[in-house]
Ligand binder design. Structure first.
Ligand SMILES: Cc1cc2nc3c(=O)[nH]c(=O)nc-3n(C[C@H](O)[C@H](O)[C@H](O)COP(=O)(O)O)c2cc1C
Length: 220
């Protein structure tokens, strides 16, 4: 959405936007695409430009030099579901961590992503395994969300699990799961983005576990 809103930045605007990078869009902000459009498109661009200038300038003022705590506080205002990402180690042991960075990326081919912090002890398993899974938690699985966010060596201890077709660990009763083949790992700041091609999936109906402002909730 943001690139659309800055279709024709004026030079001073360009400078102000260009020195802030949000979501890796820095190059785009510095070099907005030429206007490729028909008269209709032009009009469309102008409309957005007017709206965008107000919106973006206030966002950018806030974003410049943002400290990690403020960044975290703003991110916490985005409500998400909760998933446990799972993988098998080289010794076939199951590993997993709680994530809310799940995003569906593409329908055809079916691609999803999760982001894992570079300091996460089990990141190497995700980087080296051909397959991983994401398990979407239901409202009754809050204890699993807490357990899989703990800093322990074996989060799977005492937790029942099943195997997906390619061996990825699945949590029974979750609202849905996807098994993915690792398509690409992208280093992004202090996290790694794992892009997965979905090779198996199942959905159930139920109440979803939600996460908002540091608290768990539920969505019917
Ligand atoms: C609701 C929730 C969502 C989380 N989402 C992520 C995430 O998307 N990526 C991530 O790296 N850590 C996320 N975490 C933190 C990890 O679950 C936790 O820090 C990690 O398992 C610790 O790993 P380590 O002990 O291997 O360092 C989340 C934690 C919670 C409670």
């Amino acid at each position: 959405m943001i690139p659309l809103l800055i279709h024709h930045p004026a030079p001073d605007r360009e400078r102000r936007l260009g020195d802030v990078s949000i979501g890796g869009r820095e190059a785009y902000l510095k070099d907005p695409p030429p206007n490729r459009g028909s008269p209709n498109r032009k009009e469309h661009g102008k409309t957005h430009d007017r709206i965008g200038f107000t919106t973006l300038s206030s966002v950018m003022r806030e974003a410049r030099g943002i400290d990690p705590d403020s960044f975290r506080r703003v991110c916490a205002q985005f409500a998400t579901g909760v998933a446990v990402a799972t993988v098998r180690g080289a010794d076939a042991a199951p590993h997993g961590l709680t994530v809310n960075s799940f995003t569906s990326v593409s329908l055809e081919p079916p691609l999803i992503l999760i982001c894992i912090g570079d300091l996460c002890q089990i990141l190497p398993y995700f980087r080296t395994s051909a397959f991983f899974a994401v398990n979407f938690l239901n409202a009754a699985q809050q204890s699993l969300a807490i357990a899989f966010a703990e800093r322990t060596d074996n989060r799977f201890e005492g937790i029942p699990w099943l195997e997906a077709e390619n061996g990825s660990p699945l949590l029974p009763d979750s609202l849905g799961w996807m098994e993915c083949r690792l398509a690409e790992t992208i280093e992004a700041g202090d996290h790694s983005i794992l892009l997965g091609k979905v090779v198996g999936a199942e959905a159930r109906s139920g109440t979803a576990l939600a996460y908002f402002n540091g608290c768990y909730g539920q969505v019917e």
